[in-house]
Design a protein around this ligand. Structure first.
Ligand code: GLN
Length: 567
């Protein structure tokens, strides 16, 4: 296949009033690695893609990741954290699946909306065009229009990022109806780009039923057959299992899926995700992928020194341990707070301190099912994370009261920041019924109220105050010290409510310090209590910008204070 072929496609598509080739696109300049999953959902494609990206990046390749979600939501903003885990927020305000957080952390990149697409976005684009009459009488169809718009997103990312590789993670599992068109889109992409310019990976699961005590590869074989029935021939297969699989299993997989044995790999539980990039290197996964695309000579192995160093710095020998409590209402699933857990991990590695997380269910405290003092026993620091709605609010406020009065290190994130303001208003400033407009519609003592810019907003999708904004830090405060005496930092937000300006003076008189503010608006963004060992709240989510070996300063401060508390 050569350039002419792509040309032909665009000619043909112009009859269809549609082209899937961006202007100026050069085939082969950027190559594509596509990651699909089979047998089960939750196989760990996100972590696999991120860690593999890191391995490839380490060889000098510029990698641009993208997650293709099959659902019809435009973004992840309205999804329940119970079902989908945390909603991650990018600097440009896109609300995404938590895998994007994983990409940013492993690849040490700040991503944008170009790195995340959903079928909802694709269909919205198509339907908008159709309403404008842009298809000139042509009926709008799944092929070429849905597949075409999907390819367009992928190729646009290739062009915009100027990457060597676009790393595409297809959400869902092979065999889902939902991702059928995503699968068809990558089939077309691989065909049009040419075999040398793409590498299709399938991450499959090898069962090991406990009553048999041996590995069974049939489910994986069927998953792979299903993939091939879609016209997709994998180039590389990665068998995921709990323990290392036998050679026979790999041989069966190889034979059944037309993939040479050298390109069938096995990843199993390694205990620590920071081991994965080097583990993939040692298995030869990156080498095999680059060989498929003829890139192995252009990006030779470098002896892995830098990757080893990265691994060693992230997996350290601990000198001590502490416990941090996370007091929220979604504590049943730790994925809900995954970026917080990762931000703590980043501090843990740098401070060589093991951090145990204790989940504290604030709904139980609220209902009187558990006692605050009892719940915080053995905890050296506490985080009250972000949240929405009424449930668990009084429990959170009770936790804040306890840590404030007992000098326990405290970090309030977003809703947690707002809870700290309410608690302070009630118990220090004496406004007994202080609350938030989110809970009580309009009593006069709502110290937290809707942001002025949010008053006219209708609907829930993508309408919060979202993404990166500047925070102006007040000199001489704890926040100023934590951020290394910087007067301006950029952090990521996701909220609709904020400190009611009518109460700022009163709160400040009571002793609360607003040490971070929006530069040109009266939005309070950091609060602190000067005489408390560590009492900080941030209206933003400091966890979203924390990176391995470069923890967010606010989290770093909390963990250091918790280490002191333990002493
Ligand atoms: N519910 C609060 C608001 O909308 C806090 C949001 C959050 O914690 N992310 O302002």
């Amino acid at each position: 296949m050569d350039e002419k072929f792509l040309g032909k496609i665009s000619d043909k598509s112009s009859e269809e009033n549609f082209s899937a080739i961006p202007d100026g696109y050069k085939k082969g300049k950027t190559k594509y690695v596509i990651i699909t999953g089979s047998v089960i959902s939750g196989i760990g494609k996100g972590i696999f893609s991120s860690a593999l990206g890191k391995t490839l990046q380490d060889r000098g390749l510029k990698v641009a990741p993208i997650k293709v979600e099959a659902y019809l939501n435009i973004d992840s903003g309205t999804l329940s954290p119970y079902r989908h885990g945390e909603v991650f927020v990018l600097d440009d305000g896109m609300e995404t699946d938590m895998d994007l957080g994983s990409y940013e952390r492993f690849l040490n990149m700040d991503l944008t909306k170009d790195n995340f697409t959903t079928h909802g976005q694709i269909y919205q684009k198509i339907i908008t065009k159709e309403r404008k009459g842009e298809y000139n009488g042509r009926d709008v169809q799944y092929i070429p229009h849905v597949t075409g718009e999907t390819k367009m997103v992928l190729r646009n990312l290739a062009m915009k990022s100027n990457a060597d590789l676009v790393l595409i993670e297809i959400g869902g599992t092979v065999g889902d109806y939902e991702n059928l068109f995503a699968m068809e889109s990558v089939r077309e992409l691989i065909y049009e780009e040419g075999a040398q310019n793409a590498c299709l990976i399938n991450l499959t699961y090898i069962l090991e039923p406990s009553h048999l005590g041996e590995f069974k590869s049939k489910a994986a074989q069927l998953g792979l057959r299903q993939l091939m029935s879609l016209g997709l021939q994998p180039d590389v297969i990665v068998c995921r299992s709990q323990r290392p699989v036998t050679e026979t299993i790999k041989e069966k997989i190889s034979m059944n899926a037309n993939v040479p044995l050298e390109r069938v790999f096995n990843t199993y539980d390694v205990g620590n995700i920071y081991e994965l990039p080097l583990f993939y290197r040692e298995q030869g996964i990156d080498e095999a992928i680059l060989q498929v695309m003829g890139l192995e000579k252009k990006f030779p192995k470098d002896g892995s020194a830098t990757l080893k160093e990265w691994t060693n710095k992230n997996i350290v020998k601990y000198k001590g341990e502490i416990t941090i409590g996370i007091a929220g209402k979604y504590t049943g699933t730790s994925d809900t707070y995954i970026s917080i857990v990762k931000a703590l991990e980043h501090c843990s590695a740098v401070l060589k301190t093991k951090i145990n997380v204790k989940w504290i269910e604030t709904t139980d405290i609220e209902k009187g099912k558990s006692d605050v003092k009892e719940a915080l026993k053995g905890v050296n620091g506490i985080i009250v994370p972000g949240g929405f709605g009424t449930r668990g609010v009084e429990g959170k406020i009770a936790v804040v009261k306890y840590v404030r009065e007992n000098n326990m290190p405290f970090l309030g994130i977003c809703y947690g920041f707002q809870m700290a303001v309410i608690e302070f208003a009630r118990n220090v400033c004496g406004i007994k019924n202080a609350s938030t407009e989110e809970v009580k519609k309009d009593p006069p003592n709502n110290v937290i109220c809707i942001l002025p810019e949010q008053e006219e907003v209708e609907g829930l999708g993508g309408t919060l105050r979202l993404g990166g904004f500047d925070v102006k830090i007040v000199r001489g405060t704890k926040a100023y010290e934590l951020y290394g005496k910087k007067e301006h930092v950029r952090e990521r937000f996701r909220h609709r409510f904020n400190v009611n300006t009518k109460f700022i003076e009163m709160l400040e008189k009571g002793g609360l310090v607003f040490s971070g503010k929006a530069p040109s608006k009266k939005i309070m963004q950091i609060l602190e209590l000067p005489r408390h060992p560590f009492f900080i709240g941030t209206q933003y989510h400091a966890e979203f910008t924390s990176k391995p070996l470069n923890p967010n300063p606010i989290y770093f401060g909390l963990v250091k204070a918790a280490i002191e508390n333990k002493k």
